[in-house]
Design a protein around this ligand. Structure first.
Ligand code: C5P
Length: 219
């Protein structure tokens, strides 16, 4: 049988939200379902890649048997798992909606309510994608950007700051794009700042477009 275009390639994908613990029963999280990342992982596997999918909490499961899922909860856990697998990866695609901040102190017991107001002090989480960009060698590195203003300019800055080869810019202004939706409206921006707007598509089709970018890189 004919060899698939990503045969022999190792692809690392992050997906889903992260949950940052406050105490044993509470966390700070977001509404990411993980669908975009799971679709990317499945598409890469369909094209012959060996895929490691590092997923935050999600109800989804990959459809393809060549996707190995590493389940994590917090940004710190996702960071460690990414760094464990990055060196041997050919491609890394960061589709996770990582929490930007985490509680500075995690209570070991459930925090009791009182009549007083309550404040949680937050500290910055590490930027996983930027940390991979810093140590990248052969890897083709893809990130996502979700902006509400000056989106192209901010996305370009992100390419430079995080040392990316490609960014997938999510247009929030477009109906049908974003969290929990089956469709996405994206613009690709490469390291030379070439812009390629894509029409509204299913997330499966956007995943196929992203994986085609990877295939073209090796073609
Ligand atoms: O800087 P911003 O959060 O907009 O960048 C989004 C991109 O960076 C996404 O690809 C996301 O997966 C990645 N990211 C990350 N670790 C973080 C924050 C974002 O890998 N702590």
């Amino acid at each position: 049988s004919a060899t698939l275009p990503l045969q022999g390639k190792k692809v690392l994908v992050t997906a889903g939200p992260t949950y940052e613990p406050i105490d044993p029963v509470r966390f700070i999280g977001n509404h990411s379902t993980g669908k975009m990342g799971y679709d990317i992982a499945d598409q890469a596997a369909k094209m012959g890649a060996q895929v490691i999918l590092i997923s935050g909490p999600s109800n989804l499961a990959p459809k393809n048997n060549n996707v190995q899922v590493i389940r994590v909860v917090s940004c710190e856990q996702m960071y460690k798992a990414c760094h464990q697998y990055f060196a041997t990866s050919d491609v890394a695609i960061a589709a996770a909606a990582v929490a930007d901040y985490k509680p500075k102190h995690v209570a070991s017991e459930k925090i009791k309510k009182s009549d007083a107001d309550f404040t949680i002090e937050l500290e910055k989480n590490p930027d996983i994608l930027a940390s991979l960009g810093k140590i990248k060698k052969q890897q083709f590195l893809i990130g996502f950007a979700l902006e509400t203003e000056n989106e192209i300019e901010h996305a370009k800055q992100k390419i430079t700051k995080k040392n990316l080869d490609l960014i997938v810019l999510n247009s929030l202004k477009d109906e049908g794009a974003g969290f929990g939706k089956p469709t996405n409206k994206v613009t690709f921006i490469d390291a030379n700042f070439n812009l390629e707007p894509i029409e509204l598509k299913s997330k499966e089709e956007v995943a196929a477009d992203i994986i085609n970018k990877v295939i073209n890189h090796y073609a």
